[in-house]
Design a protein around this ligand. Structure first.
Ligand code: SF4
Length: 615
């Protein structure tokens, strides 16, 4: 291939290296890289080999395992492509329950192996996403990125980690709620802008994606994910090189004084225009960054390595157990709308600022983090999640008592609430289901029988505990109901005489647009059925959900702000579908653009009014 042949948008005076880099960037980022032979010629070019970011570029091109991410141009499917399609089918089939979005982690630790710390942190966050994992590591000059499909332990081994030298790192573990489930969409997202470039990891979904894509000149469908769009906007701001003063957003937060650096400036420029949910962790060659949207939908906390007297560094993580596992001390949650820039290990090296006007900051942590998503040993709003779930069960027992002989929880997140129900009701607690903790992906078709089989692979009843008994079964939520129905059937087959189902969240009636993978509204069981109809469908003797006020009381975080849109239909931001149309399309579909729905509340459809009374 002649690499001097047409290079649109590039000045003749640009260096050969920059031309190649830009072309590769266009192919990789914008999905134009279908010409395999051209790409192979490109990496063979001596100029490419001399590039300072050759390792990164080769990773982009080949993947860390050497698997080319493009399918061959001769029309035949490569084995890797077939595998990816199978993975995608499996993923869709497994989406019978609400799934977590992503986990992010970052570390600044001079003298410590940042890649190993990041591995441990991601491992602790694996429950937030199992589709892909990746990390970006900087040694102060060069950023190296490795990412691939699969669990953290599949993507990284000792050999990979020992090659990732540096003291600044960020990592990401992904469950796709938006965009494809493939290597291109895995994170971190890297952009070669501003010196050594930067890498970004994102937890959450954006709600004004079409507008942002237009702003950075992308055609619809060009960006693999909304995170890529944020990265493009940041790269453009970096390339434009305009410094934005940190004095503009009012309300400097407790830690730190100022925030030097051009990526800080780019974040100041870009993030106030980004709507929806984002907890971001970024690195450039010199610094670690963390940022939350103005509602703080997704969690992000700060921890300290070492002590105040003997500072060893800083850690950012989606959840506090990822701090514990690397020996960091929990300091605090980042505030909604906050940006922290970390450029050293000491107290004075954490620079904090508010990216929004204080009047625009409206804390709305996802209430389902407390109900289901977060680990039970996580701290959110200053509360340990396990205790909150136990209190949910206690209040549920007061609100909806049942005459039964055994209380059992659906593993894992239903168990603490079952303990609370038992304690408050006086009905003995016992195990009724055993979970197979080693189950990986199951290759199934998404039919009802296959779903039942998937539940059987995952859960097995303890027959001696169940047979001949009247059960209270406590679970965290019902989404489509297919999994719950299969569990109830399994318990009855095992000899349960009665099944009284208690749910530690109110009915899930609306899709989530903020980073949780939910079905469309028409597939949500509680969106169109009455309480009695749901009981009949599930085959239970009685069903009750905790009330919203009881749920908030159980969490006990005072006047803390919550997002409860999937329970109430009151979305804190405009969402990008016409909810009033009745179709409620695909969650995350790019319909009429932001602003179709009022920010606080949607019109209730007639069929919903009066459904599920008392919940
Ligand atoms: S809509 Fe529901 S799942 Fe989504 S962020 Fe809000 S509370 Fe969480």
């Amino acid at each position: 291939m002649n690499t001097d042949a047409p290079w649109p948008d590039l000045d003749e005076s640009e260096s050969r290296e920059l031309k190649i880099q830009t072309k590769l960037h266009q192919w990789v980022i914008h999905g134009l890289g279908r010409r395999l032979d051209d790409l192979l010629d490109l990496v063979a070019d001596p100029a490419f080999a001399g590039m300072t970011r050759a390792v990164h570029a080769r990773t982009l091109l080949e993947g860390p395992t050497g698997t080319l991410p493009w399918e061959p141009t001769n029309g035949r499917r490569s084995p890797a492509h077939v595998r990816r399609r199978a993975d995608l089918r499996t993923t869709r089939a497994e989406r019978q329950i609400v799934k977590e979005a992503c986990g992010v982690f970052g570390v600044y630790a001079p003298g410590r192996p940042a890649s190993h710390l990041t591995f441990d942190g991601l491992y602790a966050l694996q429950h937030r996403g199992q589709e892909s994992a990746g990390m970006a590591v900087s040694d102060g000059r060069t950023i190296t990125v490795v990412k691939n499909m699969g669990l953290v332990t599949r993507v990284f081994d000792e050999r990979t980690l020992s090659g990732l030298t540096g003291h600044i790192a960020m990592g990401h573990t992904r469950y796709s709620t938006h965009g494809a489930s493939d290597w291109h969409a895995a994170q971190p997202v890297y952009r070669p802008a501003g010196g050594a470039g930067f890498a970004l990891g994102h937890n959450g979904n954006l709600t004004n994606t079409p507008e942002l894509a237009r702003r950075c000149g992308m055609l619809p469908g060009m960006a693999p994910t909304d995170s890529d769009i944020v990265a493009e906007l940041l790269a453009s701001a970096l390339d434009a090189g305009e410094e934005v003063s940190g004095d503009v957003p009012a309300g400097t937060l407790p830690v730190g004084t100022s925030s030097p650096g051009t990526l800080t400036s780019a974040l100041r420029q870009v993030l106030p225009g980004v709507q929806g949910a984002y907890s971001l962790v970024l690195v450039d060659s010199q610094r670690l960054y963390g940022a939350r949207d103005s509602h703080g939908f997704r969690p992000l906390c700060l921890g300290r390595l070492g002590t105040a007297e003997r500072a060893e560094g800083w850690v950012l993580a989606s959840e506090s157990p990822a701090l514990d596992v690397v020996g960091a001390t929990y300091v605090r949650e980042l505030d909604p709308g906050e940006l922290v820039t970390i450029d050293g290990p000491g107290e004075d090296d954490v620079h904090s600022e508010l990216l929004f006007h204080p009047a625009d900051v409206d804390p709305r942590l996802c209430i389902f983090e407390l109900v289901y998503f977060a680990r039970p040993d996580s701290r959110l709003y200053g509360r340990e999640v396990h205790g909150a779930r136990r209190r949910m069960g206690e209040l549920l027992a007061e609100q909806a008592p049942a005459d039964a002989e055994l209380v059992m929880g659906v593993p894992d997140s239903g168990v603490p609430a079952a303990e609370g129900f038992s304690r408050r009701s006086g009905i003995p607690y016992g195990q009724g289901l055993v979970k197979n903790r080693y189950i990986g992906r199951t290759f199934i078709d998404p039919g009802p029988d296959a779903r039942r089989d998937a539940v059987r692979r995952k859960l097995n009843p303890l027959r001696e505990n169940i047979a001949g008994k009247r059960l209270v079964v406590v679970d965290d939520s019902i989404v489509r109901g297919t999994t719950t129905r299969a569990i109830v059937g399994m318990l009855r087959e095992a000899g349960a005489t009665e099944v009284h189902l208690r749910i530690s969240s109110p009915p899930f009636r609306w899709p989530c647009f903020y980073g949780i993978d939910t079905p469309t509204r028409s597939e949500l069981l509680a969106a169109s059925l009455t309480l009695g109809e749901i009981e009949g469908y599930l085959g239970v003797d009685s069903l009750a959900y905790i009330g919203l006020e009881e749920l908030k009381a159980a969490i006990g975080a005072g006047r803390a702000g919550w997002c409860d849109a999937c329970l109430t239909g009151r979305y804190p931001t405009p969402v990008p579908v016409d909810l009033a149309s009745g179709g409620l399309g695909a969650a995350g579909a790019e319909g009429g653009g932001a602003g179709d729905v009022p920010a606080h509340g949607v019109r209730e459809q007639p069929l919903l009014q009066g459904a599920l009374p008392g919940v």
